[in-house]
Design a protein around this ligand. Sequence first.
Ligand code: HEM
Length: 384
Amino acid sequence: MQGSLRRSIFALAMAFAVAGALGQTTTAPDDPAGGKPAAGAPPGFVVPADPKPGDTEAERTKSQPGNNAPIWRATRDSGNHPGVTTLPNNEGATLIQRFVQYPGSAYTTAGEAWRQTRNQWIVPYGGSLLLIVVVAIALYYVGRGSLGRSTNAGASAIERFTALERAAHWVNAAAFVVLALSGIVIAWGKFFLLPVLGASLFGWLTIALKTVHNFIGPLFVVSLVIVFITFIKDNFPQAGDGAWLKKAGGMFGGPEVPSHRFNAGEKVVFWLGVFVLGALVAVSGLVLDQLIPAVANVRGNMQIAHMVHATAAVLMMCLFLGHIYLGTIGMKGAYRAMRAGYVDEDWAHEHHALWAEDIRAGKIPAKRSSSPPPAGLHTAKEGA
Ligand code: HEM
């Protein structure tokens, strides 16, 4: 085919293509607001109105097909708008929880609100409080050393805790320590253990500890109830408790203030720690373990139970750190009282003078069970 002919056909084709493209851009379609169909639109075609925020899904499929904002808004508010899901569990109809405000969170979907309360309040402030208590106890120990003069190793002995009381105490104490340590890893392990162990080992450890936590929890609840029943008798307010509280028992200076079997500080730990915080931690823990049939296993209940559980557990750990400190190195001879059950008269007079006087006066028996004193010790009466 002649060169010139080929070129003119090519030029013609290019002209058509350019004309076609120009036709696209330059000819602005009619003003949509006017609703007049654009050139080439099928006859009778009506430009749909802009989507309105309040559109239902049905309206939106017309106003802006493919834009499913209404269905996702309804999903987020699935408590408020009808919708259908095929999810199996009893919360199948709630894909995204409704808006709530939990302590310290924004007003947002419940899952997000819980996440904010946990990550912005419970974890940072709870963790800081625990560290502050540990540092305060360490500074107190450095400043004051072990309290008391008597080492509780004297000849004559008084039965302070029976074998049954000690068994109840130590089962509860052991369960508490396991729960506290596993709970600390679950809540704060990613800050101090994950960097050391790496993701997979930390993952396995946390799963194992969470499983231990879920199983030891119910045991702790039972032993806590037993401890409450076992020790309640001597934890009611008595004369002298007010004076003890006023001077904090002499723990920050001055002589130790006389007290009955348990001093006012131990009674505060009993009612606040064992009873109030213990009950909150126990009940919320049983809900999280799904062991209370009356409480439905739905996210809202679990979120509230978790926030109560974690907060009460942090406060309980702070309180019992003090108890454990005084029950080990913080007071001479105290550990032996709960370990062996017996104290000597000197220790009893120094730390629980009103109790020791009642024993001397015969109002309270020096020996309350048939379990013998540890080797080398004998009861006050026998020794007199
Ligand atoms: C390792 C942990 C613990 C240690 C070393 C410890 C140590 C002690 C000691 C030495 C006593 C005797 C104090 C005295 O003679 O007055 C005592 C009493 C007591 N402990 Fe513990 N304890 C521990 C954990 C716990 C826990 C977790 C609870 C409860 C949740 C608890 C509840 C009690 C109660 C109720 C008493 C009797 C005093 C009272 O009723 O006020 N202990 N503990």
